[in-house]
Design a protein around this ligand. Structure first.
Ligand code: MG
Length: 340
């Protein structure tokens, strides 16, 4: 029996970058890892841009302004980057707030310049104390936030002000390791108030909407490394997604993803933008995709043809694993030798 997996894994007959008109690129784990560019990212993006793909660099991190993010990307050699090509969760939350609040409202800001700049651009007045009569509270990551700021937010929320958060990522990657992110600071305020913030960043859809509004595009493609934020968020927003293996989520994580939580495409890194993604065909324990062939003998997966890390090989592996999981409840282990 020959079975096409078109419904599970999306397929293309040309490079993926010719099928979409804008790529929403998550940054950490996709374009760079901490201070360093992901190898090959700049070249892959330049080629995708030549194919007509508009590049939008999107980030949940609200600590830097769009211009500061653009400067970092330019310094890393990324192509076609200006401040207008960067979309931050701070811009998305500022948009939400300016839509909901009277023009010129004072807002209590728990965050830094990356949050204040887009709020001011939307005509809101940033204040730092409840004494200054703010009408809402907004919280975004900044390394200088301390107990006094978090307590001011808690007092304002207890006074009945609406509470916004740029994002709720529990951690933030730094050059020295993983550190508490905005979500951890939001949790401190939640502990004090029992309230829940309105959130703009991934996986909520405001950041995706902000990107389409700013950068345009009728056929967006979300490119991300985290299934729980990038891919879940894209699915919830009805946006096609490419999962890359250069960051947090592993090939095993993608293999383990349940129906409804799976990316449309998978590749090792951004080079997958410039690849064709041929249909995967499964025949009783064997999957073929382009020149790649993989088998499952009831216990383990093995590659018959294909280079590990090549898009066609990854597609055959993922397509076969999902097929087995859906039809027989077999959960396929991708052992270390297979991981790219
Ligand atoms: Mg990421």
């Amino acid at each position: 029996m020959r079975q096409s997996l078109g419904a599970g894994l999306g397929s293309t007959t040309g490079p993926l970058s010719t099928v979409h008109d804008v790529a929403m690129l998550d940054l950490d784990g996709v374009v760079y890892r901490g201070p360093d560019a992901v190898p090959g990212a700049a070249k892959a993006l330049a080629t995708a841009h030549e194919h007509g793909l508009r590049l939008a660099y999107i980030t949940n991190n609200a600590s830097r302004t769009a211009q500061q993010v653009a400067d970092k990307l330019v310094a890393m050699g990324m192509p076609h980057v200006g401040a207008d090509d960067v979309v931050t969760s701070a811009q998305a939350v500022a948009h939400l707030m300016s839509d909901a609040l009277p023009a010129g409202s004072a807002v209590l800001v728990i965050g830094g310049e990356g949050l204040r700049t887009p709020l001011e651009e939307r005509g809101l007045r940033c204040v730092s104390s409840l004494e200054e009569s703010p009408v809402a509270v907004v919280q975004g990551f900044h390394p200088d936030i301390g107990w006094h700021e978090l307590s001011e937010a808690a007092y304002a929320i207890q006074a009945g002000l609406p509470w916004y958060a740029s994002n709720t990522d529990l951690t933030v990657p730094t050059a020295r390791g993983i550190a508490p992110g905005n979500g951890s600071l939001v949790q401190a305020v939640r502990n004090a108030t029992g309230a829940e913030p309105i959130v703009a960043g991934k996986p909520e859809r405001a950041l995706f909407d902000e990107t389409v509004a700013r950068v345009g595009g009728a056929r967006p493609l979300m490119v991300g490394d985290r299934l729980d934020t990038d891919i879940e968020g894209a699915i919830a927003a009805g946006i096609v997604s490419l999962a890359v293996l250069s960051g947090v989520s592993s090939l095993q994580d993608i293999v383990d993803a349940a129906p409804g939580h799976r990316p449309t495409y998978v590749s090792a890194d951004l080079c997958g933008l410039d690849d064709v993604h041929p249909e995967v065909e499964v025949t009783s324990g064997t999957a073929r995709c382009g020149s790649a062939e993989v088998t499952h003998d009831g216990t383990r997966l093995s590659i018959v043809h294909g280079d590990i890390g090549a898009t066609v090989t990854l597609r055959a592996l993922v397509g076969l694993a999902w097929d087995l999981a859906d039809r027989s409840d077999i959960s396929v282990r991708v052992d270390g030798t297979l991981a790219p």
